[in-house]
Design a protein around this ligand. Sequence first.
Ligand code: ADP
Ligand code: MG
Length: 358
Amino acid sequence: MSEPFTPLSEVGEFGLIDRLQAIVGDLSDSDLIMGIGDDAAVYRLPDRETVHVITTDALLEGVHFDRLMTPMEHLGYKAIAVNVSDVVAMNAEPRYATISVGIPAKISVEMIEAFYQGIRRACTKYGLVLVGGDTTAAHTLCLSVTVVGETHMDEVIFRRGARPGDLLCVSGDLGAAYAGLKILLEQRRALTEKGANYRPDLEPFRYVIQRQLLPEARLDVIRDWRVRGIRPRALIDVSDGLASEVHHLCRHSSCGAIVYASAIPVALETREVAEHFAEDVDTYALFGGEDYELLFALPPEQLELLDPTSFSVIGAFLPADQGVQVQTPEGAIIPLEPAGYQHFRSGDGTEGETPAAS
Ligand code: ADP
Ligand code: MG
């Protein structure tokens, strides 16, 4: 009898993680508060009040980024920011980072130094310290960052915890990083077709390109919550796209939800990019990834405590039997599919040309 061979595309990224969790997920101890399944793992320190959160994310050339379009310094900044975002998504402060770099022969020492300047800038910005790593040869540039963060036991916020009646809120604006990616891919094609003398004019798309290449973790948002005494009941960062993250919050919280598409905050430049490509900007906002904004469940009585310029109410949590729905700008209420970025599905960055979310 031949060995079973299930292609990765059959189970997808999340299906694979579920199967791996079935093998190792019961390994635990009395200090572990959250293992596999949230933005970061959480464990208690011996004082029983402090918790550490720990998260790791890889960035791979050809899958997550294209070196032609990505300045090394930006890449260093992004490698730290996307990990800080997962720490922030547990309502914790980042403290320490380590990084493993796999470096191909075509990369120079100066390029790696530029990459580390970006790392340094992000560490300074977010108040964390790079304390170690690993360096190896590789066929393509491979990066893996781990960040440890800290908070108090009663301050951690998980993906679970939302209740029907809570408001579904998001910080910042959505869809811009995807719009930036579309512009960069278009420019790369133009460069290939027109040759090295082609000088792209990226100025009109400055904001969206920055959102793609230099994302920020919203540490400022959770710090502001602390000052204002705000405590969302559930929290996640938007790395794979709004629709996918709403589904995660709902599944972990045993809730349904409705998203009002016309309430999703979208920057003017993102609208202009969608128009430029004759595409629907709601698709960018619902399914585009890598915005690294915070999506959270807010008890309605806390609404008045929030800074009204820093977030949008885009929907509400419902009982689980209502499922996850979206109200289109035309007013129709339809199921919201959990589409978003998933590795191993056909069309992911390992086969096509679209860089992935981490
Ligand atoms: P995020 O998008 O917030 O980084 P992921 O979707 O990558 O989260 O991961 C979801 C959960 O699965 C996290 O708890 C993560 O640590 C865990 N996870 C992902 N890949 C693996 C793996 N290969 N082995 C064990 N746990 C994993
Ligand atoms: Mg996350």
